[in-house]
Write a protein that binds this ligand. Structure first.
Ligand code: CP
Ligand code: NVA
Length: 310
């Protein structure tokens, strides 16, 4: 049974630990092929709204919807001009009349909040400046494949920019009990509001600038130094992040069964090198595959109780 029917998914904290467990179980089951031929979203549609580029998010939401019997329509911002051609609230009030869910990849989390406020259908965060919660579902599916479903105390170390990925990692630490450490250069720490979420939850997150924190990690995770929309800061950022590159030598210092994850795309020569993503400890392509399974599970749990309106 769908456990988050009709809800928005703008943040991992929009789900409880029990709901996350249900979504993960569904994702594993879908990956094992146990839903083959099952079409719980038959007759339903989702709009995929993109203000920025995407390979994985676009492909996996579209293919995932197809595999569950539904239909996806991709809308690029040159077509709809979110907030420029038309105000965000009007876009929401149009889309809700035609489709059963909206996924948005946007610059500002605020835009997603506005879409969610004005659309009666579920709105899914497909990455904003602040969070990337759908990615983290795939990441934790990958982590569970390695370490099982009880992840309490597992050391997850994120290295690099305290960006949307780092923020969502903190949320997953709150939900799952992993021991999260964020290693950044000075001035590139995660969002203060997200850190407050951890404080409010009574969960300890380690913030450090010291690369020594990587040693013995169960999971080492990195992401680009220059996120989409930050191109003007590229030179300053490349200088600030010197030394924070994930190398094969760094992977040798993880726990013996430790793994390396990266949400991709990789900017080789910056946050990592091909020898790391191709290292035996790397699971980055399994992780990319899991975007499909995890998001199918998410869409099932948000939309699976709906009947076609037509
Ligand atoms: N990891 C991720 O979201 O990839 P895309 O930007 O290609 O969608
Ligand atoms: N932090 C990156 C992630 C891309 C999937 C960005 O926001 O561009």
């Amino acid at each position: 049974r769908p456990v988050m029917a009709g809800r928005d998914f703008l943040s991992n904290l929009d789900m409880t630990a029990a709901e996350l467990r249900a979504v993960m179980d569904t994702a594993h089951s879908m990956k094992r092929g146990e839903w083959r031929g099952v079409k719980p979203l038959a007759g339903l549609s989702i709009a995929l709204v993109f203000e920025k580029a995407s390979l994985r998010t676009r492909t996996t939401f579209d293919v995932g919807m197809y595999q569950l019997g539904g239909h996806a329509i991709t809308l690029s911002n040159t077509e709809i001009g979110l907030g420029t051609r038309e105000r965000v609230s009007d876009v929401a009030r149009n889309l809700e009349r035609w489709v059963d869910a909206v996924m948005g990849r946007v610059y500002l989390q605020q835009t997603l909040q506005e879409l969610a406020q004005h659309a009666s259908v579920p709105v899914i965060n497909g990455l904003s400046d602040m969070l990337h919660p759908a990615q983290l579902l795939a990441d934790y599916q990958t982590i569970e494949e390695e370490f099982g479903t009880d992840l309490r105390g597992r050391r997850v170390v994120y290295i690099g920019d305290g960006n949307n990925l780092a923020n969502s990692h903190i949320h997953m630490g709150i939900l799952t009990g992993t021991d999260v450490t964020i290693v950044t250069p000075v001035g590139y720490e995660p969002n203060a509001g997200v850190l407050m979420d951890a404080v409010r939850a009574g969960v300890n997150i380690t913030l450090t600038n010291d690369l020594a924190a990587i040693a013995g990690a169960d999971v080492l995770y990195t992401d680009v130094w220059i996120s989409m929309g930050q191109e003007a800061e590229a030179d300053i950022r490349r200088r600030a992040f010197q030394g924070y590159q994930v190398t094969p030598e760094m992977l040798d210092t993880l726990a013996p069964d430790g793994i390396f994850l990266h949400c991709l795309p990789a900017h080789y020569g910056e946050e990592t090198v091909p020898e790391a993503t191709e290292h035996p400890k790397s699971r980055v392509f399994d992780q990319a595959e899991n975007r499909l399974h995890a998001q199918k599970a998410l869409m099932y749990h948000l939309m699976g109780d709906l009947k076609p309106r037509w």
